[in-house]
Design a protein around this ligand. Structure first.
Ligand code: MGD
Ligand code: MGD
Ligand code: MO
Length: 698
């Protein structure tokens, strides 16, 4: 028996958590937590399921070539030679006839790591191919990425907070963050539980009393999906009118806070953002908003951890701008035990080499949420290119992008589509060629955590099953056939790259790193933008004013939206009175749900409030019809007051399974989402979706 350090390397909220594979006779018998991570840097049950993914009976084990209509599932096995030859020929022909930009590059984020990270691998490949139509942003946090530079300048990339500092927090506000399920770093969950035990007050704001709220005994402040900006503005109103603001901090660190204050007091033409005003919009009682504002102002330091959920809604830019304003208003910005109000992820990792992306000539690009529209409408519809082929690496865009019906129509228009996959996913079913991908346990790599001061190492715990190959090896072979293999690989095997990345790193003892699987960076308890917070004169931010730009005229000029964050009412849709949220499930990573079996209380279901169920004649366990203008699905109902009235919750990630009428029987959330995105960031909208639910048969 051998114990081998490993990690998942998935875009799962942890991204690199120390695990250990128990290997017998070349087979991974099981995976357990790697004790080298200590008390806090821990894996989660999803990591323990890695052997199930690798050993799954429905894994793709040979290259496949489509023989029936797209989506039919008719494929024949092929050998690598043939599958590579078909792909090289098709891509080569399309490039010769229409130019490289006729290929859309869906460089997904499903796999992370210094070498095998799918986003970098495919971007590197396509840039050497001559370019492609690129998809910008991501489904996770595109509104955050858009707004933070206006507030914090280029310093935004250091605006994270370290989970280790939670022990100093007297209050931890999880605003739309469900970290006991989404993790947001391998350390967050245990640190949060410990902080709660030591007396930090935990507050959860959102449309459902989440598992995190339940487990930490949190104060749950209900807030309807997509209405966080109203609630935040009301908190600022109370802080301003009750003189609870940290004025010295605001005066020395912010510009434009006075304009925001005038706005929340109703001195800019709009209504005053009073607790009563916000209560009508967000559903939290006015007295509770007042009580929260007072408690938040009194508890110093207070950490505010925003979930990405709050910006994956209509006008999601605004709440994200306001989380930063709240942390500044209370003087918690950049304090130990406080935070900047931005993502916890934004702190530097220890230095290590990683695969690079060679430059490319300017290429057409568009926001990722609109990929189906770009294929369907092309240049005639105002998109930058006419796409004929799609290369997908590390994504399941049909299931995970918005509007599945439209996504399938987009695939129908393609001449050629190729994926590297482990399973026959809804996207894979639409492809012409599938390359069998090696799994996390079958690859050597260096793990780059989601906000953490450490690095992980894993050797391959087992040889790839069947004919599976790592994405790196497969792309190298394909690059060879297209004439740029040497540029793609720089002559290095996967093992040689990992060796080089370690040589380029700050790791003093590579042998220990390889043996234990972990290297910890030296500085403990890092605080994002602490130097600026301590002395803004000496350490100004890289913004035009050197301060936090609470009001940004540049934002107004460049986007046409107000300089200060404001409340923007999401549009209602006649006939669809319920608001759907589509949170992450604790049990699986996005659509990597097929090899996880859930039953009983954990089974996939649509959760609705007892009042909404009763008024529709729906009982616990009934299969219900869920629909809106974009699609329809059937799914079991779960009835619980853990969601607010008017809200239904459907975990994202279950595979779509269409019947002959185009209705889903699987329970996939993206039957209902739309591809338009937010404005101005064009970020995905995946919460607060308007739907109606009724019993089947009606
Ligand atoms: N288990 C698991 N964890 C993951 C992932 C996974 O696939 N599985 N994926 C990872 C990835 S890639 C990402 S980007 C992150 C995303 O992390 P988040 O975006 O933070 O995750 P969500 O589950 O979408 O939202 C968190 C919670 O916000 C609440 N919520 C929904 N809408 C609203 C709203 O409008 N306002 C407020 N206040 N709350 C709302 C929901 O109750 C939900 O549980 O998660 C990471 N963590
Ligand atoms: N409704 C709704 N939709 C959402 C979200 C939501 O909250 N609600 N969340 C969004 C977010 S934040 C994100 S990040 C996206 C995630 O969307 P995706 O990244 O598309 O989702 P995944 O299911 O994690 O991964 C895609 C595929 O990668 C495959 N894969 C696994 N390992 C490997 C490998 O080693 N090599 C290769 N080539 N493939 C591999 C898996 O089998 C899986 O099919 O989903 C978004 N979609
Ligand atoms: Mo994400």
């Amino acid at each position: 028996m051998a114990l081998i350090p490993t990690f998942c390397g998935k875009d799962c909220g942890g991204n690199a958590c120390p695990l250990q594979a128990v290997v017998e006779a070349g087979r991974v018998e099981r995976v357990r937590y790697n004790p080298a991570g200590g008390r806090y840097i821990r894996g989660c049950p999803r990591g323990l399921a890695l052997p199930r993914e690798t050993a799954a009976s429905d894994r793709i084990l040979t290259p496949l070539v489509r023989t029936g209509p797209r989506g039919s599932g008719a494929f024949r096995p092929a050998d690598w030679d043939e599958a590579l030859a078909i792909t090289a020929r098709k891509l080569g022909e399309i490039r010769a006839e229409h130019g490289p930009h006729a290929v859309m590059s869906f460089s997904g984020f499903a796999v992370t790591g210094a070498l095998h990270g799918t986003h970098v691998l495919l971007t590197r490949f396509m840039n050497l191919f001559g370019g492609s139509t690129r998809l910008t942003g991501n489904y996770s946090n595109a509104a955050m990425l858009f707004t933070l530079p206006y507030l914090l300048g280029s310093d935004w990339i250091h605006s994270g907070h370290d989970a280790a500092t939670m022990r100093r927090s007297r209050m931890i506000v999880l605003w739309g963050a469900n970290v006991l399920e989404t993790r947001m770093g391998a350390e967050m969950d245990r640190r949060l539980i410990d902080a709660a035990r030591q007396g930090a007050r935990i507050v959860v704001v959102g449309p459902r009393r989440s598992f995190t709220a339940e487990r930490t005994g949190a104060w749950w402040i209900p807030c309807r999906p997509g209405t966080d900006a109203a609630l935040m503005l009301a908190v600022l109103n109370v802080l301003s009118t009750e003189d609870l603001l940290d004025r010295p901090f605001v005066d020395s660190h912010c510009v434009g806070f006075d304009r925001l204050e005038r706005y929340v007091r109703g001195q800019e033409g709009g209504p005053a953002c009073t607790p009563g005003w916000a209560a009508e919009i967000c559903g939290a009682p006015a007295e509770e908003i007042v009580a929260f504002a007072r408690a938040y102002a009194a508890a110093k330091p207070a950490m505010l951890i925003p979930g990405y959920s709050i910006q994956r809604v209509f006008a999601g830019e605004e709440p994200y701008r306001l989380t930063v304003a709240l942390q500044a208003a209370t003087g918690n910005f950049g304090a130990a035990g406080g935070s900047t109000g931005a993502s916890n992820r934004l702190l530097p990792l220890p230095r290590v080499g990683r695969l690079g992306i060679p430059p490319a000539a300017p290429q057409p690009s568009l926001p990722i949420v609109r990929w189906p529209d770009a294929i369907l409408a092309g240049r005639a519809g105002g998109y930058p290119s006419d796409v004929r082929a799609l290369y997908n690496l590390g994504g399941n865009p049909v299931n995970q992008g918005a509007d599945i019906t439209k996504s399938i129509a987009a695939f129908a228009k393609l001449e050629f589509a190729v994926s590297h996959e482990v399973f026959l996913t809804p996207t894979a079913l639409q492809c012409d060629v599938l390359f069998p991908a090696a799994t996390a346990l079958e690859k050597e790599d260096i793990g780059l955590p989601w906000g953490g001061n450490y690095l992980l190492y894993k050797p391959a715990a087992a040889a790839p099953r069947g004919q599976a190959r790592s994405d790196y090896d497969a792309l190298w072979e394909l690059a060879d056939r297209l004439g740029f293999g040497a540029a793609f690989s720089e002559g290095r095997s996967a093992a040689a790259w990992v060796e080089r990345f370690i040589a380029l790193s700050e790791i003093p003892d590579p042998d220990a790193f390889r043996r234990t699987g972990i290297y910890r960076g030296p500085a403990a308890e890092r605080v994002g933008l602490a130097a600026f917070a301590t002395d803004p004169e000496q350490n100004p931010l890289d913004t035009p004013s050197g301060r936090i730009e609470i009001a940004s005229d540049r934002y107004r000029r460049e986007t046409g939206f107000p300089a200060v964050p404001t409340w923007q009412q999401p549009p209602a849709e006649e006939g669809y009175p319920l608001r759907m949220i589509t949170p992450k499930s604790r049990h699986y990573t996005h659509s990597q749900s097929n090899f996880i079996r859930l039953s009983g209380r954990n089974a996939h279901a649509l959760t609705m409030h007892p009042a909404d169920a009763a008024s529709r004649g729906i009982r616990e366990g009934d299969r219900v019809r869920v629909f809106n203008a974009r699609g329809e699905g059937r799914i079991a109902a779960r009835i619980s007051a853990e969601v607010m009235p008017g809200v239904v919750s459907l975990p994202e990630g279950i595979w779509v399974s269409l019947d002959g009428e185009g209705r889903d029987r699987g329970g996939s959330a993206n039957m209902f989402t739309a591809t338009g995105g937010t404005a101005p960031a064009a970020a995905a909208i995946m919460h607060g979706i308007t739907v109606e639910v009724c019993p089947t048969g009606s």
